[in-house]
Design a protein around this ligand. Structure first.
Ligand code: DX5
Ligand code: ZN
Length: 217
């Protein structure tokens, strides 16, 4: 499959959020990434359900919602009602991950599981048959604009091999420090979906940067 690009609104201009969602609508982007941070699972607070609901009103692309929150089970149906199409929970925040993934899918969303940089791919063995996507965090979650952790290439290659060998229908997404300099090598390593925040919204021409991430140029 061709790889997908999911610009992260965490790096958008919050005073002009509608303008930046419209920019994504009109660009080559495939999804819109929304980072939900609770100040407990990660040392930062971003935005919550009302923002997702408002973005949904004008979004013309699927909402790729990344929950960096403890106890996500309490909010799965609320994020579904707010308009999430893909809902990703952190492996480290879920005691009963199989139940959580099953519930996300029962609600009609695609289920993603994110792993922090220190969490090995080998721990995913028993959830891979059920998940729609694995999000390999390539920074420690909590903030945009951090440097890509290079060791994550090994995890991407390992996960690609496991998915292909077993014929699982699971996308690999990466998130954190992605830009036009590493995008091509990430796709080469087996990535299907790239999240990019600062690389897009801090660039002089975000639409052009999204195009470059799509074309790997
Ligand atoms: C980090 C978030 C990311 C963030 C990426 O905790 O999960 O989605 O927006 O930002 P950049 O692309 O700037 O590293
Ligand atoms: Zn994210």
């Amino acid at each position: 499959m061709n790889h997908l690009v999911s610009p992260s609104l965490l790096a958008a201009d919050f005073l002009n959020l509608g303008r930046d969602v419209t920019l994504i609508n009109r660009s080559m982007a495939d999804w819109i990434h929304l980072d939900i941070m609770d100040g407990v699972f990660v040392p930062n607070i971003s935005f919550g359900l009302p923002v997702v609901e408002h973005v949904k009103k004008i979004a013309e692309k699927p909402l790729d919602v990344h929950l960096m929150i403890i106890d996500p089970d309490r909010y799965l149906s609320r994020f579904h009602e707010a308009g999430a199409n893909i809902l990703t929970v952190q492996y480290e925040a879920c005691t009963h991950l199989h139940r959580t993934v099953t519930e996300i899918k029962r609600l009609g969303m695609r289920a993603g599981v994110a792993i922090n940089p220190h969490t090995p791919v080998s721990l995913l063995t028993n959830i891979l048959p059920f998940a729609d996507m694995i999000l390999i965090m390539t920074v420690n979650p909590g903030f945009g604009g951090q440097s890509f952790i290079h060791d994550c290439y090994n995890k991407i290659r390992e996960l690609r091999r496991i998915i292909d060998e077993n014929g699982f229908n699971v996308l690999i997404e990466v998130d954190g420090g992605i830009d036009t300099t590493n995008a091509a090598s990430l796709v080469e390593a087996g990535v299907n979906v790239m999240v990019a925040g600062n690389a897009v919204f801090s660039s002089p021409d975000p639409t052009e940067t999204i195009l470059r991430l799509k074309e790997l140029s």
